[in-house]
Ligand binder design. Structure first.
Ligand code: NIG
Ligand code: FE
Length: 398
């Protein structure tokens, strides 16, 4: 059944800049966008009246840790009183605390928690989401997480891209021994069973060093996985340069990346991904050099980094607002980052991230009459409909 989204005040096509088209309709047939413009209503099918609304591509959240056991609101409170993320991590909290909780949580329960969180992000307009493992560390728990993520992927109304994240060394193991296990056993296991599209590594002062990260990513590449890296969040240990050298699809965080790093990523086609929610959550005063990314002409993506420790923000609308308010990205850059460039960061731009004929009809209808109001009405629940492949997966009237 066709779907017509009629007479939107603005359609943000994301072609050439944000590509605003005023007083415009979008026709969807067989889950695909078949027309964008001004035309008479074709007979039959469902009609969504979008008068006074902005229609934009469904948000592509290219970096999340959506599946985990337990929560860490006590650490949130500790940070408000002045403790730092790194200090909490060193004293046994942080990732280690979620690792403990996740080990105790059954696969079924992880799936159920993921399903509930997914419902929330769909309500906030996300239509494609990357989900990482990384709270298992040990093989059996990592595989349990990845199986839960893949079950979500099969059943969810939106697209899920699974990532195998090498996050930390388990308590009972030596670094060297763990690196052998990851590269010789876990990566081949994950790749052979198609449990992940990407492999990611936490390359930072409290994670893996550059050499260790390189070893992990090279093994992943050899096994046909695409690559991501968490880096330059706390200290610059050469992670962005490594991303450029090794051909990562994206490098994420990049708070302390230099102009040289930014140029290297640009030259190598790495999508720089900024996570403004995390900076706010961790109360970090350092900010990425947004101006340098702009000058370099980088394809900057923004994502939520949704996770129990450093960002519990489900909504890409809030991430867009924080990209503007906290990082100083302009509204257009933030919107492009959450759609078109998010899709590039996940390698799905062939089908998602813009409103063009022939692309998947992944759309969000927002109850604002022009796009500047998207971050301006900060925190407002403005999603009227979320549409995935032409199907209404969330609607305020259904
Ligand atoms: O992307 N930086 C490392 N990993 C996560 C946080 C994980 C956690 O604290 O649970 C991140 O911010
Ligand atoms: Fe992360």
């Amino acid at each position: 059944m066709p779907l017509l989204i009629r007479d939107a005040a603005e359609v943000l096509t994301m072609k050439r800049g944000i590509g605003v088209k005023k007083n415009c309709s979008v026709l969807v047939e067989d889950g695909v966008i078949s027309r964008v413009g001004r035309f008479k209503d074709p007979a039959g099918g469902r009609v969504i009246d979008a008068r006074g609304c902005v229609v934009c591509p469904g948000f592509v959240d290219s970096h999340t840790h959506l599946v985990f056991g337990g929560t860490r609101e006590k650490e949130f409170a500790l940070r408000i009183s002045g403790a730092t993320y790194e200090a909490i991590a060193r004293s046994g909290g942080g990732i280690a605390s979620t690792v403990e909780q996740t080990a105790k949580t059954s696969e079924e329960k992880l799936y159920e928690l993921g399903r509930q969180r997914l419902q929330r992000i769909i309500r906030h307009g996300t239509t494609t989401v990357e989900v990482k493992s990384g709270y298992g560390l040990l093989p059996e728990v990592e595989y349990k997480m990845l199986r839960a993520i893949n079950r979500l992927k099969r059943r969810a109304p939106i697209e899920i891209i699974p990532t195998f994240l090498v996050h930390a060394v388990p308590k009972a193991m030596k670094r060297r021994q763990y690196l052998d296990l990851v590269t010789e056993e876990m990566i081949p296991y994950v790749a052979q069973r198609d449990l992940a599209v990407f492999c990611d590594v936490f390359c930072d002062r409290i994670g893996f060093n550059r050499k260790e990260s390189e070893r992990i990513l090279l093994a992943a590449k050899e096994h046909g996985l695409k690559l991501k890296i968490h880096t330059d969040e706390f200290a610059n240990i050469g992670g962005a340069q490594l991303a450029a050298q090794i051909g990562c699809t994206s490098a994420d965080h990049l708070v302390v990346s230099t102009k040289r790093d930014i140029a290297a990523m640009k030259d190598a086609g790495v999508v720089p991904t900024l996570l403004p929610g995390t900076s706010v959550f961790l109360r970090l005063s350092e900010k990425p050099d947004v101006r340098a990314f702009r000058t370099a002409g980088s394809t900057v993506a923004i994502a939520s980094d949704f996770n129990p420790g450093s960002c519990m923000i489900y909504s890409m609308l809030k991430i867009i607002a924080l990209a503007c308010l906290s990082y100083g990205m302009n509204v257009e850059e933030a919107l492009i980052g959450a759609t078109r460039n998010g899709a590039r960061a996940l390698g799905v731009f062939d089908r998602a991230g813009s409103i063009e004929t022939g692309k998947q009809a992944d759309l969000v209808v927002l109850d604002v009459d022009n796009y500047l109001k998207i971050p301006y009405e900060f925190g407002e629940d403005m999603v009227k409909y979320t549409v995935k492949k032409g199907k209404v997966v969330y609607g305020q009237d259904n």
